[in-house]
Design a protein around this ligand. Sequence first.
Ligand SMILES: Cc1cc2nc3c(=O)[nH]c(=O)nc-3n(C[C@H](O)[C@H](O)[C@H](O)COP(=O)(O)O)c2cc1C
Length: 329
Amino acid sequence: MNSSLFIKILRDKKLLLPPLSGYTDYPYRVILARFHPPFIITEMVNARAILQRNPRTMQMLKISEGTQYNGVQLVGSIPEYMGKAARIVQDLGFDYIDINMGCTARKVTCRGEGVSLMKNEQNACEIVSAVTAAVDLPVTCKMRLGATRHSVNVLSLAQKLVDAGAAALTIHGRSGEKKFGAPLDRSIIKTAVEHLSVPIIANGSIYTGKDAEVMIQETGAAAVMPGRGLLGNPWLVPEILNTVLHKKYTAPVLQEKKDVCLDHLRLLLEYYGERRAVLKMRSILPHYFSSCLYLKELKKDVQQVTIVDEIPVLLERIQQTPMGIIYSI
Ligand SMILES: Cc1cc2nc3c(=O)[nH]c(=O)nc-3n(C[C@H](O)[C@H](O)[C@H](O)COP(=O)(O)O)c2cc1C
């Protein structure tokens, strides 16, 4: 797809899904595709590993079918590798490329990747130039306010990234050292919207359609990107799409959540085999039922699961009662 089509759809639908390492894998992307988001993106994928054709990495690049456009997020710090990896993912059929400039995981930052790129503006710009030169796809960057609260440089860096060819920028309204609980700074996102010529996607603490609406109102952002709110909650896609376009949205009933969760399990099983599917489900399942009473006990019990067949039995114990959804202990 070309940049103008990407930007048009982004401005129309106002939603870009996030890369979520360990979660937006192929099985979850298949689930998400059923909810018709305009775009779906992979979890972050290491550029060097793509060049080495690492089998696990190449498995991460399987494209989910659906009506959406598919993006891939690249993580890396060497412009040449990033350009070459971008060319490979373009050939695989991806529709846009995002560059990770926000990840704070030590294994990423110690190599000058992720949020470390915000400390090395020239390197960040060279990466965008190399990637845009290598492909005919829209290239976006996902950043924070700065690597730390003492080095908030998102506004100056953003302009340089646009000059280097970025078609849109996602801004997570926290700096690198801040834990998730820290309040968001929406005012910097608003300033970025006012000063930059490209669409800004606002990210941070969007859990509901209402949160998305408020974020757009307060920042003027072209679109929003949820994060943790999407874990075990693909319904957030229609909730945001409908709310920001002032349409009616109906939340799922418990049985629907159980059905989608079981489908998710089936996809994990097909894709990873039983051992990895069970391990993945241990962290995913509680997210599907995060509003239930006795969630702590549910989390504990799901940790004990060792075979796939135990999961439907556990789901049976989650019930709708007059008090709300309960995990019966
Ligand atoms: C489990 C998890 C995995 C994440 N993986 C990525 C990733 O691969 N690439 C990335 O740029 N951000 C990643 N993020 C950051 C989110 O995309 C998002 O920017 C962040 O969670 C802030 O949004 P939130 O406050 O709504 O959660 C991840 C976050 C979480 C919780």
